[in-house]
Design a protein around this ligand. Structure first.
Ligand SMILES: C[S@@+](CC[C@H](N)C(=O)[O-])C[C@H]1O[C@@H](n2cnc3c(N)ncnc32)[C@H](O)[C@@H]1O
Length: 277
């Protein structure tokens, strides 16, 4: 066996381990994905094969390596204002409904990846306030969480290169909300950053420590999870959603057959789910 291959039994053990620790279901034929994502870690962590790396990562005492391996196995693809319609629903309906709130509006981006989603939410809220003077007068607070330490570090830095910026951010918004940073990158201005906090959170854990939210964005991550895990996550979202709160899922995700605690609301721009409380 080559140094960057796993036997069928090792692959199967690794799949179980990954699902148990972060919910990601790899499926039978993703050996290539494990190989391409973990091979660079073999020498970095002084192992002599993929098999040795994976075996070590699965040892209970190897917490740091486990986190690195899980981080490498996550898919972090994201863009600014991804799919557009969630941000249209946010500005045309949700922010309108919450505009007279007598406390800060609380929004959660529950798989924030490198930050494009929570920062796009922040820009949408700022633009809403600009168009509607006096709206959301107690402000708005956005929490971005993710399991990936490297993505959270990226979020916190708030710096993006030209390629990342070209994916969904208009030149006008770039001028308005970002300023030149280091190495040709641009960084989020403080006027946006001040509304967004980040912290690590595994969606498999309970959400007791995150607080309560009026709007939860959880997009393009549940697709990797089993129905049982999604069911548990929806139940946990229902617990932390405020009365009249909303849940925004990814374009290919739905609550169908997985929870009765959210109902589908069709808006002209697309679908959002409303907490039944
Ligand atoms: C494809 S990105 C989606 C980012 C953004 N929500 C969007 O729609 O563009 C998926 C993110 O989910 C995170 N993720 C995967 N498993 C997770 C888990 N168990 N808990 C929290 N985040 C997780 C990954 O680290 C990754 O950043």
């Amino acid at each position: 066996m080559k140094a960057n291959e796993l036997s069928p039994a090792e692959y199967s053990n690794f799949c179980n381990f990954l699902e148990q620790h972060c919910g990601i279901v790899l499926g039978a034929s993703k050996q290539y994905l494990v190989r391409s994502r973990l091979s660079p870690l073999i020498s970095e962590h002084r192992c002599d094969s993929l098999s040795a790396l994976v075996r070590r990562a699965m040892e209970p005492r190897e917490k740091a390596l486990r986190s690195v391996v899980i981080d490498a196995m996550t898919t972090n693809e994201t863009l600014w204002f991804r799919d557009r319609y969630p941000f249209e629903i946010l500005s045309q309906r949700l922010l309108v409904e919450f505009s007279n709130l007598n406390r800060p509006l609380k929004i959660w981006s529950a798989a924030s990846s490198s930050g494009q989603e929570p920062y796009s939410i922040a820009m949408t809220c700022l633009e809403f306030q600009e168009k509607n003077p006096g709206a959301l007068k107690r402000g708005f607070e956005i929490l971005g969480t993710d399991i990936s330490p490297s993505m959270l570090a990226h979020c916190q830095k708030g710096e993006y290169d030209k390629l990342a910026l070209s994916r969904g951010l208009s030149a006008e918004r770039q001028r308005k909300y970002l300023e030149p940073g280091s190495d040709g990158c641009f960084k989020m201005k403080q006027s946006v950053k001040q509304h967004v906090k980040f912290r690590p959170l595994n969606l498999l854990d309970n959400f007791a420590s995150v607080g309560r939210f009026d709007i939860i964005f959880c997009r393009n991550v549940l697709i990797y999870f089993s129905p049982e895990v999604k069911r548990q996550i929806f139940a946990n979202f229902a617990k932390v959603a405020n009365t009249n709160g909303y849940l925004m899922l990814g374009a290919s995700e739905s609550v169908n057959g997985l929870t009765n605690e959210f109902e589908m609301n069709r808006c002209p721009a697309g679908i959002v789910y409303k907490a039944k409380k």
